[in-house]
Design a binder for this molecule. Structure first.
Ligand code: HEM
Ligand code: HEM
Length: 222
């Protein structure tokens, strides 16, 4: 008998939504000098989240573990074929097509973030700046495919995957679910990220008593 079972542990869900917020925020603040601190803060957050996810992929719960969604090319092709026939095979964890997007998003996030750090440290030069921008846009394209895939799978399986990524629940057999949500780790992640957002940059806000009219070159946009 199918019932609601826990699939996504809390750290995976906290990771996902913080990653989405960090990516969107970093993207929206990328153009202007004025928002550079926010951009860099969110970029570092994204790097920290991915570092966590790389570890969690080895020690995390069943459906968070990379082993559970490392598919062979043949399995990916078979899944895509089943999609095209409008009879997609159902996977409780990530499906084979979705898993490709997941690995691509992790890789592009890592690459974009690392290139950003090098550019920020002024050691990269034009090529790294170019790379940073190209990988960021490539990631945007994969995010669009990812969201389209989530919507398509949700419709075809008549199953709300977005809600699953929020509640952690899907319908399935009791023995397919995970036993522990690891809520404590999710709480720690949230606390660390919020503390980082509030504490960065280490220099803090501009002191109130500084006479800004004395500044000869105020921040210019771009
Ligand atoms: C991983 C998420 C990130 C995304 C999506 C992202 C995206 C972008 C994009 C699209 C630009 C180009 C803006 C333009 O047209 O000028 C840019 C510029 C920049 N980013 Fe990021 N970035 C990310 C992370 C980071 C990180 C972690 C750092 C530094 C620690 C960083 C530092 C910079 C700097 C310094 C620039 C300006 C480069 C220039 O002068 O053109 N970024 N970012
Ligand atoms: C904006 C940037 C986004 C990024 C970088 C991103 C990235 C990811 C990653 C890395 C995973 C794998 C989760 C894991 O196993 O750790 C994932 C899964 C998922 N994401 Fe996103 N995501 C983004 C936006 C969204 C949005 C806007 C939605 C909702 C419409 C969404 C819905 C989902 C769902 C439902 C899953 C689970 C897929 C499944 O059932 O196999 N994502 N996403």
């Amino acid at each position: 008998m199918n019932q609601h079972i826990l699939i996504w542990d809390i750290p995976t869900r906290v990771f996902h939504w913080l990653l989405a917020v960090s990516f969107a925020g970093a993207f929206l603040t990328a153009e202007s000098e004025r928002y550079r601190e926010i951009h860099v803060t969110l970029g570092y957050t994204l790097l920290g989240l991915i570092a966590f996810r790389l570890i969690w992929g080895f020690v995390g719960s069943r459906y968070a573990s990379f082993r559970s969604f490392l598919f062979k090319p043949g399995e990916i092709a078979a899944y895509v074929t089943s999609l095209l026939k409008a009879k997609p095979a159902r996977y409780i964890g990530h499906n084979p097509a979705g898993s490709v997007a997941v690995f691509a998003l992790l890789a592009l996030g890592l690459l974009t973030g690392l290139a950003g750090v090098i550019v920020f440290q002024d050691i990269g030069g034009d090529a790294l700046e170019e790379l940073h921008e190209i990988t960021a846009y490539a990631m945007l394209a994969v995010v669009a495919l990812h969201v389209a895939g989530v919507v398509l799978s949700s419709v075809m399986h008549r199953e709300n995957l977005v809600r699953s990524m929020i509640t952690g629940l899907k319908s399935g057999l009791p023995n397919e679910g995970i036993r522990r949500a690891h809520a404590w780790l999710g709480v720690i992640m949230l606390a660390v990220v919020v503390a980082f957002w509030l504490g960065y940059p280490a220099t803090g806000p501009i002191p109130q008593n500084v006479n800004v009219t004395q500044v000869e070159h105020p921040h210019e946009d771009d």
